[in-house]
Design a protein around this ligand. Structure first.
Ligand code: ATP
Ligand code: MG
Length: 403
């Protein structure tokens, strides 16, 4: 029996004039997600998208659609000869390995070929009888049945679907423009990344690291987190920013209580510079109001002063427990709680200012050659793509320790 997959668009369907671009982007993202199935053909249409499997196995393809944003739901659709006994046989077979105990069902027939010898009412009744006879544990229910058996009679064949899978929702990644995501190895910024991807942003990861104060494992951990997120975002560019010199300069010239504020201002300036170079529109981070000293409103004001670029904080108003729940759901939590030091924790003062004074901040920065330090860091970044099947082989030993 020939099988295709039908994809429904969700929020996309309300996008008016932009709808065409959204559909094109979604088709591109679906193709990328299915890159290991070269036979599958993606056919975007105005209201649905179809995947012709051309021999690829449906149960192998389906799991790859689960993480593609912009999909509301999807269903395998089976092509059946235009003959009622064929149709009956196939429907009975399709239900065979489902748990049907105490479940309700409904047949929803549609007929665009009006020359077919049964009309929709006849089809609903006759096929309903067949299903009840084969599976007496089922009962019929018109409103919100557990199983909806859709039958679409068309000129060339009959199409049947019995199952609807829930998609990831959101908007197709790439339809909302580019943002620079400040990714640490913690719990919050990977969740913020996921939420940004879900709203259609194309994100690039910016990670600050400070060897030898931070270990290769801590960098690897952030790369592994990016790999997990690439499941949703396709390929993600990862930007490593060498940060040791800047942290040493701050440490040597400024009081401990201002280390955190000054460090964050540098991070933000560098991220903004990279954003400009790479045609990003916004900056994103994993700040959550009140969580730690750097995340009080006063602190955010002091840090934010260095740029006018919009900074999106997808988890700003969420509780830690809510953030953790998402981290578990997207499978980043276990990695995030691995105890590898972040560049901020290494230099973390025992008591950072929760209400930094801006005059003092400016005064301390005068002791540093801010522009030169920033330029040097920006000139030495490493940029490379990470996708869900990237393997970081050259260092497998580190990986084993990490996982
Ligand atoms: P997270 O769990 O995301 O690490 P956190 O609770 O540890 O957050 P902070 O360490 O105060 O909070 O960091 C706040 C935000 O600053 C992070 O969410 C991230 O966006 C950014 N950030 C912190 N450290 C780094 C880093 N080394 N590289 C890039 N961004 C960073
Ligand atoms: Mg952190």
């Amino acid at each position: 029996m020939e099988v295709n997959i039908m994809i429904r668009y969700g929020e996309l369907s309300t996008k008016g004039k932009n709808k065409k671009n959204f559909i094109q982007q979604l088709a591109y993202n679906v193709k990328k997600a299915l890159r290991n199935f070269p036979s599958v053909k993606v056919r975007p249409e105005y209201d649905f998208m179809y995947l012709d499997l051309n021999g690829a196995l449906e149960h192998e393809v389906l799991p790859y659609l689960e993480h593609v944003f912009g999909i509301q739901s999807y269903s395998p659709v089976y092509k059946v000869d235009k003959d009622f006994s064929q149709l009956s046989k196939q429907v009975v077979q399709l239900l065979a390995d489902r748990d049907l105990e105490n479940k309700t069902f409904k047949i929803a027939a549609k007929r665009s070929d009006h020359e077919f010898y049964m009309d929709t009412q006849e089809l609903n009744l006759a096929l309903g009888q067949v299903v009840l006879q084969a599976y007496p544990q089922l009962s019929v229910r018109m409103k919100q049945p557990d199983i909806q058996i859709k039958v679409d009679v068309r000129r060339e064949a009959i199409y049947v679907s019995t199952q609807v899978y829930k998609g990831a929702g959101g908007l197709p990644v790439g339809t909302s423009g580019r943002g620079m995501m400040m990714l640490s190895g913690g719990i919050d910024s990977p969740v913020a990344s996921y939420l940004a991807l879900k709203r259609g942003l194309d994100i690039e990861m910016v990670h600050f690291y400070s060897p030898p104060y931070t270990s290769p494992q801590s960098l690897r951990k952030t790369q592994e987190l990016t790999k997990k997120l690439a499941k949703y975002g396709g390929t993600i560019q990862f930007i490593e920013v060498p940060f040791t010199k800047i942290q040493e300069a701050i440490k040597a010239n400024c009081p401990d209580t201002y280390l955190m504020t000054l460090t964050r201002r540098f991070m933000l300036r560098i991220t903004d510079e990279l954003r400009q170079k790479r045609k990003g529109l916004v900056i994103l981070n994993g700040e959550s109001i009140g969580q730690v000293a750097s995340q009080t409103l006063h602190s955010m004001i002091a840090i934010n002063e260095v740029t006018n670029t919009p900074i999106l904080r997808p988890v700003a108003a969420m509780d830690k427990l809510e953030i953790i729940q998402i981290a578990e759901q997207i499978d980043t939590f276990e990695l995030s709680i691995q105890p590898f030091e972040d560049c901020c924790t290494v230099f973390a003062p025992p008591s950072p200012k929760t209400k930094p004074n801006l005059d003092k901040v400016h005064h301390y920065e005068e002791k540093l050659d801010v522009d030169a330090l920033i330029q040097e860091a920006v000139n030495h970044v490493k940029i490379y793509p990470i996708s869900s099947d990237t393997s970081f082989e050259e260092d497998t030993k580190d990986m084993d320790e990490l996982l």
